[in-house]
Design a protein around this ligand. Structure first.
Ligand SMILES: Cc1cc2nc3c(=O)[nH]c(=O)nc-3n(C[C@H](O)[C@H](O)[C@H](O)COP(=O)(O)OP(=O)(O)OC[C@H]3O[C@@H](n4cnc5c(N)ncnc54)[C@H](O)[C@@H]3O)c2cc1C
Length: 455
C-alpha cells in the first residue's frame, strides 16, 4: 500500500485566503510543511476576476483616522458588525497588506475613495506574487484536488471501517475525489462560499448560519426608468421599505436587525438597463441582505434625490423658479444643478406634469407639492435581485461562536481552522472582503505556527 503524503498543515481551497494562509504560515514557521489543495483545475479564480480585473486588494481609510482607531473603523464596513474581527484587524491592517505587497515587488496605489489596487491595475500582479511566493517557499499546490471527506483521529477508533492513519503525528485524513488520501496535523478550511466547503465544515462539527447573497443590484419594474440607463446621481439617500405585514412575517432575528428608521444608505446612484445600481444600492443590498431575501426581493426603494435640502428649501426653490423662469417650459428649467436633465424629465413625468407647461402655469397645490414629493420620496418598486459584475459575496457561513475568536480554530475540532469567506463575515465593496481574507489568514497562520512551533 502506498504511503499517503503527510503535511504539518493542509490548506483546503486555493483562493485568496488559502494562499495567504499558506504563505504567511511559511513566513512564521519556515520548517513546517504546508500544501494547498484546490478543487478546480486552476487557483485564485476570484482574485483574477476581482475588481473588474484590477483586484481591489484592500481599503485605506482617510488620513484623518488615527492609526489606533483604524481596526474599529474598519468594522463599520461589515454590515453584520462582528466584534470578533477587531483582533484580526489589529494584527493585520490594510497598510500592512500594502507593505507586504510592496515588499514582494507589487507596488500599489490608493484611489481617492480609499480603494487600493496594484499599481499595474491588473489582478494578474496579485496572482503572480502569490504563485511566486508559494514557489519560493516550496509550497505544493495540487489542483483538481477536491476534498470530499475529512476523518479526525478522534473518530477513527469508534469507526473501524474508516481509513487508517499511517503517520503518528497526523490528526486528520483527507480524502480527495480521486480517492487519494492525504494526512495532516492541522487543516485550514478556506473553501469560500462553496457548498461542498460548507459540507466539510459541518462534518467537522462547525455550526453554519443561513447563507444569502450580498452585494447585488436591484431589478426595478419601471420602463420609463430603465430607458434612462446610464444616468447617475452623485449623491442620494435611499431607504428600503417593506410592507408592514411582510416585515412582521420575517424571522425574528431579521426583524431585529432592521433599524427603527428602516435600512437607509447614502451614496452615488446609477440607473441600469434593468434597474438600479451604484454604491448606494450595493450598500443597501449588503445591509438589507437578509431582509431582502426574506421578502423574496420584493420591496420599495425610497429615494431622496436631494438629501442636503429639506422639503422647505425645495419648495422655496421651486416657487422661485416659477418666477425667474416664468415663461420657460418646466422641462427646460431645473432649479437643481445636481440633477441630470434626463432625470429631471423623468421626475416631472412622475409628478404628473406635462414638461411643456410654462413655469408660470405650474400650480402650487398639486404640481409644486408633487414635484417636491418625487424629489424627496420617489418610490421605486424592487421586483428582483440582479448581479453586480465587479463583486459578489455570500453573507452567512461558519458561525463565529463556533471558532475561537483569537485563533479561528474550531471549538469542536482541535487543529481545524477556518479563514476567509467561509466564515460568517461579509463586507461592503471597496476591498473589505479581501481584507478580511488577509487578516483571517494571518491570524490562522500565526496560531498554527504558535501551536506547532511554540513561536
Ligand atoms: C466577481 C467578483 C469580484 C470581486 N472583487 C473583489 C474586490 O475587488 N475586492 C474585494 O475585497 N473582494 C472582491 N470580491 C470578493 C472576494 O473575491 C472574496 O471575498 C474572496 O475571493 C474570498 O476568498 P476565499 O479564499 O475565502 O474564497 P474563494 O476565493 O471562493 O476560494 C475558495 C476556493 O476553495 C476551493 N474549494 C472549495 N471547496 C473545495 C474542496 N472541497 N476541496 C478543495 N478546494 C475547494 C474553490 O474551488 C475555491 O477556489 C469579489 C468577488 C467576486 C465574485
Amino acid at each position: 500500500m502506498a504511503t499517503s503524503p503527510y503535511y504539518d498543515c493542509v490548506v483546503i481551497g486555493g483562493g485568496a485566503s488559502g494562499f495567504f494562509t499558506a504563505i504567511r504560515l511559511k513566513e512564521e514557521a519556515p520548517h513546517l510543511s504546508v500544501c494547498i489543495l484546490e478543487a478546480q483545475q486552476s487557483t485564485l479564480g476570484k482574485v483574477k476576476i476581482s475588481g473588474g480585473g484590477r483586484c481591489n486588494v484592500t481599503h485605506i481609510l482617510p488620513e484623518t483616522t488615527e492609526d489606533s482607531a483604524i481596526p474599529k473603523a474598519l468594522m463599520g464596513f461589515y454590515p453584520r458588525q462582528y466584534p470578533q474581527l477587531l483582533g484580526h484587524f489589529i494584527e493585520w491592517s490594510p497598510a500592512q497588506m500594502l507593505g507586504w505587497l510592496e515588499k514582494h515587488g507589487v507596488p500599489t496605489k490608493v484611489e481617492k475613495d480609499g480603494r487600493a489596487f496594484p499599481a499595474s491595475d491588473d489582478s494578474g500582479s496579485i496572482v503572480h506574487v502569490f504563485e511566486s511566493a508559494c514557489e519560493a517557499w516550496g509550497i505544493p499546490i495540487r489542483t483538481g484536488a477536491r476534498v470530499t471527506d475529512v476523518v479526525k483521529r478522534s473518530t477513527i477508533e469508534v469507526e473501524p471501517h474508516l481509513p487508517q492513519f499511517q503517520h503518528a503525528e497526523a490528526n486528520f485524513i483527507l480524502r480527495l475525489s480521486s480517492n487519494v488520501l492525504i494526512e495532516a496535523k492541522t487543516i485550514v478550511l478556506a473553501t469560500g462560499g462553496s457548498e461542498n466547503g460548507y459540507r466539510l465544515a459541518e462534518q467537522l462539527g462547525l455550526t453554519l448560519t443561513p447563507k444569502v447573497p450580498s452585494l447585488f443590484t436591484f431589478k426595478i419594474d419601471d420602463v420609463d426608468l430603465t430607458e434612462l440607463a446610464g444616468v447617475s446621481l452623485p449623491w442620494v439617500k435611499a431607504k428600503l421599505q417593506f410592507p408592514k405585514a411582510m416585515q412582521e412575517s420575517f424571522p425574528k432575528a431579521v426583524q431585529k436587525a432592521i433599524p427603527k428608521g428602516g435600512i437607509t444608505q447614502e451614496g452615488a446612484f446609477l440607473v441600469t438597463h434593468w434597474g438600479v445600481s451604484g454604491p448606494v444600492v450595493l450598500k443597501l443590498s449588503a445591509w438589507g441582505a437578509f431582509a431582502l431575501e426574506a421578502s423574496k426581493y420584493q420591496a420599495t426603494l425610497l429615494l431622496d434625490c436631494l438629501p442636503d435640502l429639506p422639503d422647505e428649501s425645495i419648495l422655496t426653490a421651486l416657487r422661485d423658479e416659477r418666477v425667474t423662469s416664468a415663461k420657460k417650459w418646466i422641462a427646460n428649467a431645473c432649479p437643481f444643478e445636481a440633477l441630470p436633465k434626463r432625470w429631471w424629465f423623468y421626475l416631472i413625468d412622475k409628478a404628473g406634469i406635462d414638461g411643456y407647461t410654462p413655469w408660470q402655469e405650474v400650480g402650487e397645490k398639486k404640481a409644486i407639492t408633487q414635484l417636491c414629493e418625487v424629489l424627496k420620496r420617489l418610490a421605486l418598486p424592487i421586483v428582483g435581485k440582479g448581479v453586480f459584475k465587479e463583486e459578489f459575496v455570500t453573507a452567512g457561513g461558519v458561525a463565529l461562536p463556533s471558532v475561537n475568536p483569537n485563533s479561528l480554530e474550531a471549538k469542536t475540532t482541535a487543529g481545524c481552522y477556518v479563514v476567509g469567506e467561509l466564515l460568517n463575515v461579509d463586507g461592503l465593496t471597496g476591498g473589505f472582503n479581501f481584507h478580511h481574507c488577509w487578516a483571517s489568514a494571518n491570524t490562522v497562520a500565526c496560531a498554527i505556527a504558535n501551536q506547532l512551533d511554540g513561536v
